[in-house]
Design a protein. Structure first.
Length: 173
């Protein structure tokens, strides 16, 4: 099966229930995918990003931020663990919490508790939360989530698989 290009589909058509892949030839295409998917997101939604270093996770979140209409440059929160992006005055009004979970959830510590310990100004239930390196770690933050798996091929083209995932247990209270 030949991968589809992101420019050819609407956001709803990009969210799959199977393992169909979306080809992202340029970084701008990865950002455009994030921007298109932001249209269907609102407070309390969780986006879990998976993929190796350089796969485009932060580029995806840049597009997500643009689609949500939030303020500030989007950079990887590797060393600060999480960054909050407040809505622009003319944006949809949904904050974005951008998390790097690479160091979270180690030694059996609850990720939700670790995020709470960060003392974020935004309640996670009132924001869209995007978690890089989140697969296998962040799913417990919500009853369902959007899973975005990104890979980078040898020819430098990124490939994404996007699907909605129902949680196996309720989010921690």
């Amino acid at each position: 099966m030949r991968p589809r290009r992101v420019r050819d589909r609407r956001a709803d058509a990009l969210v799959r229930t199977d393992d169909e892949h979306i080809e992202l030839p340029e970084v701008a295409d990865t950002e455009a995918l994030g921007e298109r998917l932001a249209v269907g997101l609102g407070p309390g939604d969780l986006v879990v990003l998976s993929g190796p270093l350089g796969a485009g996770k932060t580029a995806f979140v840049r597009g997500l931020a643009r689609g949500l209409g939030v303020a500030g440059p989007v950079t990887s929160p590797t060393f600060v663990i999480a960054r909050e992006h407040r809505p622009l005055p003319d944006g949809p009004g949904v904050p974005l919490v951008h998390v790097d979970a690479f160091r979270l959830g180690m030694a059996g510590v609850d990720v939700a508790a670790q995020l709470d310990d960060l003392d974020l100004d935004t309640d996670l239930a009132d924001a869209v939360v995007a978690v890089e390196w989140g697969e296998g770690v962040a799913e417990r933050l919500a009853a369902r989530h959007l899973l975005v798996r990104l890979e980078r091929r040898d020819d430098d083209v990124r490939v994404a698989a996007v699907r909605r995932v129902a949680g196996t247990s309720p989010p921690p209270g």
